[in-house]
Design a protein around this ligand. Sequence first.
Ligand code: DC
Length: 230
Amino acid sequence: MKKIIITLDGYSSCGKSTLAKQMARALNYVFIDSGAMYRAITLYFIAHAIDYTNDSAVQEALKQINLAFDYNISSGSSDILLNGRNVENEIREMRVSNLVSDVAANQYVREFGVAQQQQMGLQKGIVMDGRDIGTTVFPNAELKIFVTADPAIRVARRYLELSAKNPGISKEEVQANLAMRDEIDSTREFSPLRKADDAVVLDNSHLTREEQLKTALQWVNDKINSLAVL
Ligand code: DC
């Protein structure tokens, strides 16, 4: 069966990674969490006190960063490695979430991330989620999905997920973080978050995981069938 590139973009915490993982598993594709790459860069910047507003410091720091993904059998998806160290859990901490959108808005950080993501798509058979995947990273992707969900539902889902690991966290803190990231991600100068003109919208506010997967896989099938008759 013909392999394609599938992009999933959308605001923070609307279930993009969950859907991307489900799709990759069902299709036997590679799943790439592009947000994890920006989070790992942010973790490096925190650890080495790199000022993300200082372009020459950013450029020097990026030369020291090696990102890779390592398949984790127990979770069934890939963990991110920062200079060979598995940082999959650390990058989800609030100290990273609070800074990642600012770091990801830096022009050199974006060039670094986009170039590596484009390399990963050369073989096709990939599902990548993020903010600018359908617009900047893979503007020619065969299937682009823009995922949305009601803001209150996104906060509730995210709070449930985070409070299990961070008992002290409040719903207000989660809400403020999502609102801040959405604002920075969609208003930044370099590849801001926006729906690609040719993306299909998937609002999963009231869909179960099974329902959203079924809808998305139907789109994949339709797309591959339409390419076959061309
Ligand atoms: O998907 P996520 O919430 O883990 O992403 C973390 C941050 O990384 C997000 O707030 C913005 C940034 N990001 C980006 O700028 N471009 C991407 N393709 C993916 C994420």
